[in-house]
Design a protein around this ligand. Structure first.
Ligand code: NAP
Ligand code: HSE
Length: 437
């Protein structure tokens, strides 16, 4: 057990970009209030960055800045280390060193947690310190706390979530304002929503990392991020939005987790959801997590999922919690309460859903017959089919849209592969899963 700390609580911040800048602003703006909540002043002592000459938020004092990790991690007076650098390394080694030195740690780093979360949780448990990570999922939405504390008495059956603010922002701008994919991504970068490498957002990996972190708390699961089925939003275009609306759906990038008892199912992909769904109007940078508890039933958490100040709210709330637990002389309790077991994953081919299928084909006799025959041969039943317009010139493509009845993904993808080789196909066939959430 770490010894009772002396006042004030001394904090080292690793990183001062979008999130770090927000953390400093919030701590400065609310300094007196936070001190009264903690029972001690929260004092920033060091801010580690790569470039000490760069412009920072005005609240960041020059004397805090350093580019030398030794100055920060070697300071024995620091009580609490806050990591908002991002990426795997050196963030991991810095956090490990802080934990081993008995400091409380706070991180917003879902990539690191998805890769090494269970090890870090166990390490913090052994060291008797807190590892808090509210900001790693959902930005300012308190989803980690809700799962870890409020729902600790129940079993979570499933999670359906919009976890990437950038994807949700881009899809909303494309659908509502006809903005191009590339322009919408640039806007999200400008607004501070995107990762340093925005392909992590739009290719679905950021949401997959967050889903793995949620699974730790929702399902007690220690699972590799490589076990998550991941698809991004790069393939979704205006035509899909138009036909989604015609069929009564909207398109969202969803992270989905199901506890099937023995096995769990984890996937991240664009999904068509009914326009009446509670998730259908979660637009722009908003995130939402719909939890189904066995005893509780549904519980929906909504809020801003990215950006400096919403994320800072979660980071600073963690700082307050970790500081308080040090003040009480009982650090590490909440981290030791996280129980993790390796859980087998449902193979993706066995996932059961309905599907929107799109075949961009030559406008020729017999094409519909080929497609429906291939689906039938693989046991996939068609619920609705639509072909609209004629190709403007010979050889150009017309879209054939199909909504299937429920089928396993293995059967549907086998049918699509059987069609893909035909000369009438003008582009690879595409699939968007339908979630009746
Ligand atoms: P960012 O704007 O790129 O800031 C990263 C900061 O870390 C910069 O200050 C940078 O220094 C510093 N840094 C990077 N590598 C470093 C190194 N090797 N040594 C020392 N300093 C280093 O990133 P961010 O958007 O704030 O994100 C930070 C973390 O929060 C990530 O894990 C991200 O996934 C997570 N997160 C972000 C959001 C969001 O909305 N942006 C929301 C939730 C969680 P310089 O400034 O000198 O370059
Ligand atoms: N890049 C992330 C997003 C930041 O867009 O959701 C929040 O984790």
């Amino acid at each position: 057990m770490a010894e009772r700390v002396k006042f004030p609580i001394r904090i080292a911040l690793l990183g001062c970009g979008t999130v770090g800048g927000g953390v400093i602003r919030l701590m400065e703006d609310n300094a007196a209030y936070l001190a009264s909540r903690v029972g001690a002043e929260l004092c920033i002592r060091h801010v580690l960055v790569r470039d000490a000459e760069r412009d920072r938020v005005p609240e960041c004092r020059r004397e805090w800045l350093t580019t030398d990790p030794e100055v920060v991690l070697g300071d024995p007076e620091i009580d609490l280390v806050v990591e908002v650098i991002g990426g795997a390394d050196p963030a991991r080694s810095y956090l490990e060193r802080a934990i081993d030195a008995g400091k409380g740690v706070v991180t917003a780093n879902k990539l690191l947690l998805a890769q090494h979360g269970p090890e870090l949780v166990r390490r913090a448990g052994r060291a008797g310190v807190d590892l808090a990570f509210e900001a790693s999922v959902g930005g300012g939405v308190p989803v980690i706390r809700t799962l870890r504390e409020a729902l600790t008495s129940d079993w979570v059956r499933s999670v359906h979530a919009i976890l990437n603010g950038t994807c949700n922002y881009v899809l909303t701008r494309m659908r509502d304002d006809g903005v191009s994919f590339d322009d919408a991504v640039k806007e999200a970068q400008r607004l501070g929503y995107a990762e340093a490498d925005p392909s992590l957002d739009v290719d679905g990996h950021d949401a997959a990392q967050k889903l793995v972190v949620l699974s730790m708390l929702a399902f007690g699961a220690d699972v590799p991020v490589s076990g998550v089925k991941v698809e991004g939003i790069g393939q979704v275009d205006q035509l899909d939005f138009r036909f989604a609306a015609r069929f009564g759906y909207t398109i969202k990038h969803l992270a989905i987790g199901h506890d099937h008892g023995e096995r769990i199912e984890l996937r991240v992909h664009p999904a068509m959801i009914p326009r009446g769904s509670v998730l259908a109007n979660i637009d722009g940078v908003l995130n939402a997590t719909l939890i189904q508890g066995r005893a509780l039933g549904p519980c929906l958490l909504v809020g801003r999922g990215a950006g400096d100040m919403p994320t800072a709210v979660s980071v600073v709330a963690d700082i307050v919690d970790v500081a308080r637990s040090r003040m009480e002389g009982e650090p590490g309790l909440s981290t030791r309460g996280i129980q993790l077991n390796q859980r087998p994953l449902l193979p993706h081919d066995e996932v059961q859903a309905r599907y929107y299928l799109r075949f961009d084909v030559a406008d020729e006799p017999g094409v519909l017959g080929h497609i429906s025959t291939a689906l039938g041969a693989h046991g996939v039943s068609i619920e609705q089919m639509m072909q609209e317009g004629r190709a403007e010139e010979v050889g150009s493509a017309v879209p054939v849209l199909i909504i299937t009845h429920g089928a396993t993904e293995g059967r549907v993808t086998a049918a699509m592969q059987a069609v893909a080789g035909h000369g009438f196909m003008k582009a690879p066939p595409r699939l968007i899963r339908i979630e009746d959430v």
